[in-house]
Design a binder for this molecule. Structure first.
Ligand SMILES: [Zn+2]
Length: 128
């Protein structure tokens, strides 16, 4: 059960990361003064915020990517698939998940993949 608890902690961290981006964005929306028709903060909940045009305009590419990664990780948590290697189906050690909460591969598969990518060119030349 320790693992489930650790994953809950990571979930909290992810939600905090998401909140932080949302709060920054709300501040930016206020200062950008594009909110003359509605009060941001009270009327807007985060679900509305994510759908709004202003949201997409003010969000930087990096923030967008980060939000996508956070949402993907949260979705995997909901499905009970979080922390399971996409490649071999083994559990990813919790220490690795803490360091890299968006990791979807275990160390073994990750390095296998990386070395495969690295050697592809060399192999191709050898076989030719
Ligand atoms: Zn694996």
């Amino acid at each position: 059960m320790a693992r489930a608890k650790e994953i809950q902690n990571i979930k909290k961290i992810l939600l905090n990361m998401k909140n932080e981006i949302m709060e920054n964005l709300k501040e930016r929306m206020k200062s950008a003064d594009i909110s003359d028709q509605r009060e941001i903060g009270d009327v807007f909940d985060d679900a509305d915020l994510e759908q709004s045009r202003e949201f997409n305009l003010l969000l930087t590419t990096r923030e967008k990517e980060k939000l996508e990664q956070i949402d993907a990780a949260l979705t995997r948590m909901e499905a009970g698939e979080y922390g399971i290697c996409e490649e071999c189906g083994e559990q990813i050690p919790i220490g690795r998940l803490k360091a890299m909460p968006f990791a979807t591969l275990c160390v073994k598969c990750k390095s296998k993949k990386e070395s495969l990518e690295g050697y592809t060119t060399a192999l191709r030349e050898e076989k030719a």
